[in-house]
Design a protein around this ligand. Sequence first.
Ligand code: ADP
Ligand code: AMP
Length: 221
Amino acid sequence: MRVVLLGPPGAGKGTQALKIAKEFDIPHISTGDIFRQNLRDNTELGKLAKEYMDKGLLVPDEVTNRIVEDRLEKEDCKKGFLLDGYPRNIPQAEELDKFLEERGHSLTAVINIQVEREALIDRITGRRVCPVCGATYHIKTSPPKVDNVCDKCGSELIQRSDDKLESVVKRLEVYEKETKPLIDYYTKKGILVNIDGNKSIDEVFEDIKKALLGDRRNDIH
Ligand code: ADP
Ligand code: AMP
């Protein structure tokens, strides 16, 4: 199954992606994670991406599309994939369609996680992440067992530099202008599934699972 997770920053895409990837045994591809990994490794890509990420802007399409396409060519994507945070505008969505079409494939479903703006700001500013294993926490709704320490690997948690309030406002603006039109784009293709992301993490996951199992019955790819 080839799935895209759509939704504003803070909707819970990364949180759900880990669960979906495990449940359906497909690779989780997060463009944000790829950029952050490059930043930690101090690569040229990391340095370039940082300039955009810190301002809450999108990394240019040529760069982002190439990274995703290189990743999708890897062997493990033959059984399907879960894209998280890509595509993020219409040109990226068109490029993805073209890439898949050239290989005789198409997307199975686009899961659109919907959350109200107020809740998004609380979620993003309260988010803490493990810089080593990538686990995500929230200071109020899903805190680690020991304050500021990752449950999974024991590393000290950090706040992403783009999770400060000023970047968050810009990211939400960019979402409204550039990413939200994808809802219409995928609705017209008949593959969009809306999911209420205001529920608990487990409830959202159950709803996504149901939607995907329904879709898998019709998945002929
Ligand atoms: P995204 O990848 O869409 O930016 P994340 O998965 O990182 O979002 O989630 C943003 C924050 O909200 C994290 O701190 C996460 O722990 C928290 N969160 C995710 N899903 C829920 C939920 N259903 N209810 C409450 N908090 C959530
Ligand atoms: P995320 O981890 O999805 O919240 O993404 C963090 C940041 O990475 C975004 O604010 C962008 O600067 C950059 N980014 C992630 N995915 C994309 C994408 N598909 N296109 C352009 N920039 C992206």
